[in-house]
Every structure is written in C-alpha cells, then in structure tokens.
Design a protein around this ligand. Structure first.
Ligand SMILES: [Ca+2]
Ligand SMILES: [Ca+2]
Length: 300
C-alpha cells in the first residue's frame, strides 16, 4: 500500500535511459507483417523479434514524482469493478493543451518506426471535454506510463475508455501492451485480430481471441489485470470479463524471454517495466480517456 513512487520514478528513468525504444524509424518491418492477421501462432516468426528499433528519441521528460492525475480525477466511475481509487496512475486528459502531447509527467512518447501522432483532442471525450487521440501509421505509436514500475508483486490492473474511428479491424493490431521498456522484446498485448478482441504474447506470437460488441465511434470500457506473479492476464469489456481472453499458460519459444525450460507453461509473464497505450501494427485511429492503473480493480 505504501508505494515508493520516488524509487519507482528513478527506476523508470534509469530503465528509460538505458532501454527505451522510443522513436527510431527503422523498426517498421521485422516480423510484424508475419504476425498480422492470422491467428496462427507462428513459431517461425517468433525467433526474430525486433532488431533495429533501439534508438531513443523520447522527450527526456522523464518521470517526475507520483504518477497521479494532472487535474481532476475521472469521476466517471459507474463502478463495475472494485471501485477503488487508482493508486498508480490516473489521467482524464483534461489538463493538457489541445493539440499537444499528453502530460509528460504521466506519459513518455514511445514511437517506433511511426509517422503517427498522439495528441490531446477536444473533438470527443468520455469524461470532460478532452481525450487523447492516437493516429497510427507505421509500426508502433505508443505512449508509455511514467512512475508506475516496478509494480508491487509485478501485478496491476488497468482501465481505459477507448473509441475507435472504424470499429474492430480484420488485421492484427495492438492497443495496450505490458512488458519491457524496450518494445517487442517481451510483452503481453491487448488489441484485435480478425474482427475480435485479442490478447497476444511476444515473443512466440501466441494469441487468444473473443467476441465483443465494439462499435465504431463509440466509447467503450476496457479493463485488464496483469498478474505477473501468477502469470495470468484477464480482460473485461464494459465491466464484463471475457473468459476467452484469460491467459494462464502462454509460453515462449525455447530460450525466449520469459521461458522457463523446467516449467514453461506457467512462466510467461515478463517483469513489467512499462505499460504502453496507443496503436501498433496496421493503421488507424483510436482515442483513450480516463486511463487508470492501480493495484486493485478500478472498474469502469
Ligand atoms: Ca477526458
Ligand atoms: Ca510491442
């Protein structure tokens, strides 16, 4: 319960300085096309992972103190979960300037091989008047939460309201990922594939999908639990759990990150250094609002 935010901030600053994969433009190709679309767990694609995407063009606006809200709290809680106030990060995107980036005390830009943009937008919002708009082109257009890691017990809950311009895509895309500070090394992803919501693991490219009535230009509530201690991932849509997206048994190719050769089926979860929100693979537009990260479930 007592969270040493200053040490978290320092840890993240160090991790970011050493490993942040924020913004090289050469990482666009790699294996991502091979993992797009089909659900097939493609062992052949798992070995390459990402290569040339390591340089860092992050703003350097590293974590400051607590990753608490930049303005008023979301207050949108029609609580369907635990309803507790978020204790790791909360942002309703109301305080940052329209047209500019989200609050750098809470978010660091983490674009890799991207010509996309992440900007505060007042054309649509779940709460208040503003949200954050991710326009994605290229490989990966993400913003990484600041001051959150290491999370207690390598576990945390996330909640985000999201709105898609065009509904669920047929190709494989990711909108949220939890993993190492460097993109595409070891991470669990939440996104969509073949017109369904999906969760996806990299390396290994394992995937699970579930139907959910996601509509275009409509705000929806997505929650997840990353329980790194139990090696479990859970996802809720509009406050209802999607059992098809519960993961307990991912593994990785032999020798891969997160793989325990003695008991690989229960050792998939990375030691979370980052959680990123945005868009990776394919292309499109998504808005987020009222993002919360917490040690307990927050609810919608
Ligand atoms: Ca808002
Ligand atoms: Ca990624």
């Amino acid at each position: 319960m007592t969270v040493d935010r200053s040490s978290r901030a320092r840890a993240l600053a160090i991790a970011g300085a050493l490993a942040c994969a924020c913004g090289d433009s050469s990482g666009a190709s790699e294996s991502e096309t091979s993992e797009a679309e089909t659900a097939a767990s493609d062992a052949s694609s798992g070995a390459s992972a990402s290569s040339g995407e390591a340089t860092d063009t992050s703003t350097g606006a590293g974590p400051t103190t607590a990753a608490t809200d930049d303005a008023t709290t979301t207050g949108d809680a029609t609580t369907t979960g635990g309803g507790a106030a978020p204790d790791l990060l909360e942002d309703d995107f109301e305080a940052a300037a329209v047209g500019g980036p989200p609050n750098p005390a809470l978010w660091t830009m983490a674009l890799v091989g991207s010509s996309g943009t992440i900007t505060i937008d007042d054309s649509t919002a779940h709460s208040g008047a503003r949200s954050v708009h991710v326009h994605h082109e290229g490989f990966s257009t993400y913003m990484a939460a600041q001051g959150v890691f290491p999370a207690p017990n390598n576990s945390f809950f996330g909640r985000a309201w999201f709105r898609l311009a065009d509904g669920l895509p047929q190709n494989h895309v990711s909108w949220i990922e939890v993993g190492l500070a460097q993109n595409d090394v070891d991470e669990a992803r939440i996104g969509a594939n073949i017109g369904q919501l999906d969760v996806n693991h990299w390396p290994g490219d394992e995937e699970q999908r579930a139907d959910a009535p996601v509509l275009a230009q409509t705000w929806h509530c997505l929650e997840f639990e990353f329980n790194g201690a139990a090696h479990e991932l859970r996802v809720w849509f509009e406050g209802e759990e999607l059992p098809g997206l519960t993961v307990t048994d991912w593994t990785t190719p032999p020798g891969g990150d997160g793989n325990n050769p003695n008991n690989p089926l229960i050792d998939w979860a990375p030691q979370a250094e980052a959680v990123r929100f945005g868009w990776e693979l394919g292309g499109g537009d998504i808005w987020f609002d009222d993002i919360a990260l917490s040690t307990t479930r927050v609810g919608c």
